[in-house]
Design a protein around this ligand. Structure first.
Ligand code: PEP
Length: 248
C-alpha cells in the first residue's frame, strides 16, 4: 500500500512572520491527517518553519536544491544546508523552474542525485505544456522527462513523482480525474518497464494542477493517484487542511 502524500508548494509567497502564522493556523487542522503532510516553503522561511513544525505531523520541504556540495554557486543552497535545518523533502524540476530558470532534464537529474545522496527526498515534477498536449506529445515529453531525469538512479524508495500538466498549474483548470489517472498510469507503466514491477508498485505519484477542496476527493479516489502537490490552495490553512483531510 502506498501512503498518500499531500505537499504544499508555497512558491515565492509568505515572509517568515507570515509563514509562522500560517503554520500555527495549520497545525491543529491537520494533526489527525491520514496522508503524509509536507509543506515546501521558500528558503527564508525554512528556519522558522523548522521550529514551528517540531513535534507535529507536518514535514518540511524546500523548493529546490543545488547539484553541487558547496563552492562558487552564487544564489544556490546546498543539500547539506537544507538537511541540517531539518528539511526532509525537496521539490525538483517544477515547471516554473523549467520555464523561467533554465531547468532541464539533465539539471533535474543532477539535483535529484545530490538530494538522494544527502538523505533528502526529492519530489520530482514532470508534465506537458498545453502546446505539447494539443500536438499529442504528452507521452513523448513525459518519457523523456522520466528517462533523462532519473538516468542512473536505481533506488526509488525515497522518490516521489509529481505529475503536473503545466496547463493546469495556477490556471484553475484541472485535468479530469480520469485523465490524470490515465496519464499517471502511463508514467507508472514507464517506470515498470524501465526499473521493474516492484519499483513501479511502490513509487508514489502525485497529481498537481489546481487541486483544491472541491476536486481533491475525486482525484484522490483514483487508483494511480497517490497524493497532490498543491500550489495556490496551500496558502490558506483551511483549504490545505480540507485537502489533507479529504477522507473525513
Ligand atoms: C504547483 O505549483 O505545483 C501547483 C500545482 O500549483 P496550483 O495548485 O496553484 O495549480
Amino acid at each position: 500500500m502506498r501512503k498518500p502524500i499531500i505537499a504544499g508548494n508555497w512558491k515565492m509567497n509568505k515572509t517568515a512572520a507570515e509563514a509562522e502564522a500560517l503554520i500555527n493556523e495549520l497545525k491543529p487542522l491537520v494533526k489527525k491527517a491520514k496522508p503524509e503532510v509536507v509543506i515546501c516553503v521558500p528558503y527564508t522561511d525554512l528556519w522558522i518553519a523548522a521550529k514551528s513544525v517540531l513535534g507535529t505531523n507536518i514535514k518540511l520541504g524546500a523548493e529546490n536544491v543545488a547539484w553541487a556540495d558547496s563552492g562558487a554557486f552564487t544564489g544556490e543552497i546546498s543539500a547539506a544546508m537544507l538537511k541540517e535545518i531539518g528539511v526532509e523533502y525537496v521539490i525538483i524540476g517544477h515547471s516554473e523552474r523549467r520555464q523561467y530558470f533554465g531547468e532541464t532534464n539533465e539539471s533535474v537529474n543532477k539535483r535529484t542525485k545530490q538530494a538522494l545522496s544527502n538523505g533528502l527526498k526529492p519530489i520530482v515534477c514532470v508534465g506537458e505544456t498545453l502546446e505539447e498536449r494539443e500536438k499529442n506529445k504528452t507521452k513523448k515529453v513525459l518519457k523523456k522527462q522520466v528517462l533523462e531525469g532519473f538516468d542512473g538512479i536505481t533506488d526509488f524508495s525515497n522518490i516521489v513523482i509529481a505529475y503536473e500538466p503545466v496547463w493546469a498549474i495556477g490556471t484553475g483548470k484541472t485535468a479530469t480525474a480520469e485523465d490524470a489517472n490515465k496519464t499517471i498510469g502511463y508514467i507508472r507503466s514507464l517506470i515498470k518497464k524501465t526499473y521493474g514491477a516492484e519499483v513501479a508498485k511502490n513509487l508514489r505519484i502525485q497529481y498537481g494542477g489546481s487541486m483544491k477542496p472541491s476536486n481533491c476527493k475525486e482525484l484522490m479516489a483514483m487508483r494511480n493517484i497517490d497524493g497532490g502537490l498543491i500550489g495556490g490552495a496551500a496558502l490558506k490553512a483551511e483549504d490545505f487542511a480540507a485537502i489533507v483531510n479529504y477522507k473525513d
